[in-house]
Design a protein around this ligand. Structure first.
Ligand code: F6R
Length: 301
């Protein structure tokens, strides 16, 4: 993997002993996926911090830390302040930014531009999918400097090349999803559940529902549901579950069983041809199968 804006020697990139990702909102959600990928594949310790918290804390950051600031606009005040705080403490700052020439892009030591084009609507959508793609590429770069084999790298890259066609397939579900939206348009509350790389997808789904439909929604790691939110689950609380066939599929399946036992209606995002979750769910949205770490891209679309 080669990035145009990453003017840094391999030795320097390999020398960081920790990455702190800082961002807000949707960009924070993609950062969380970045954490899962970087730790799983590149074996680098990663923390993901809300920029608004990071800037007012006393974070353990030094010159061996890479601070990764993620922002679509490149102008979010909290993210900017967090990266400046990281710099002040001696960290190197990398920007993952969409808007060319924005303040975060200019103040970063080096960076990656998303080149996703302008976000026209309020909701950050293509920025999210582009951020996850760029984070995947950055993970491959870091992993190849460490322990990952060239074959594993190629497998992930091959899966990435399938994404445009797979996204087209998901977009073909538009009419069916519109019907689903009509069915649930008067619902006041939703719960979104997911595990692994799709826990951030659940957070992102809930954020988008709040932001665009003005419907209250919460995202949770699916297993955390039983530690409180389960009290709210009944026939009036539809539950959106991301249950793609990845390494935590069987775990999510048992979470769906728990939700159904409480008589909630379940809307599940599954992989094509799924029968186990589909048997329990009231509605399914079928998306194509991809690499575990890339599933959030298809489920979020
Ligand atoms: C969600 C949304 C916000 C932004 C957040 C960060 O759809 O638009 O949550 O993601 O304000 O903005 P950027 O990425 O521009 O720093």
């Amino acid at each position: 993997v080669k990035f145009g804006g990453l003017n840094m020697e391999d030795e320097q990139l390999a020398s960081f002993n920790r990455i702190v990702i800082t961002a807000c909102g949707t960009s924070w959600h993609s950062g969380l996926i970045g954490e899962y990928m970087l730790e799983e594949i590149a074996r680098v310790p990663v923390d993901v911090e809300y920029a608004s918290e990071f800037r007012y804390r006393n974070p353990c950051v030094d010159e061996k830390t890479l601070v990764l600031a993620i922002s679509q606009s490149g102008e979010t005040a909290d993210t900017l302040a967090a990266m400046r705080e990281g710099k002040r403490r001696g960290a190197t700052v990398m920007g993952l930014v969409n808007a060319v020439g924005s303040t975060i892009a200019r103040e970063s030591d080096f960076g990656i531009y998303l080149h996703a084009g302008p976000e026209i609507g309020v909701a950050s959508t293509k920025a999210f999918t582009s951020q996850v793609c760029a984070l995947t590429l950055f993970t491959i770069l870091m992993a190849r400097l460490r322990t990952m084999s060239i074959l594993q790298g190629r497998e992930i890259l091959h899966a990435m090349t399938q994404l445009p066609d797979q996204i087209e397939q998901v977009l073909e579900l538009n009419d069916a999803i519109r019907e689903l939206a009509r069915t649930y348009k008067d619902t006041a509350n939703f719960l979104y559940l997911g595990r692994g790389a799709n826990f951030p997808s659940a957070l992102e789904g809930a954020l988008k529902l709040k932001e665009i439909s003005y419907i209250h929604a919460e995202g949770y790691p699916a297993a955390e549901m039983k530690h409180g939110p389960i009290a709210l689950i009944d026939q009036n609380m539809p539950v959106v579950v991301v249950a793609t066939r990845d390494s935590v599929y069987s775990k999510v399946l048992s979470n769906v069983e728990e939700v159904k036992a409480r008589r909630a209606r379940v809307l599940a995002t599954v992989n094509d041809g799924d029968s186990d979750v589909a048997r329990l769910a009231d509605h399914v949205i079928e998306v194509p199968e991809t690499d575990d770490m890339l599933t959030p891209i298809l489920s979020v679309v």
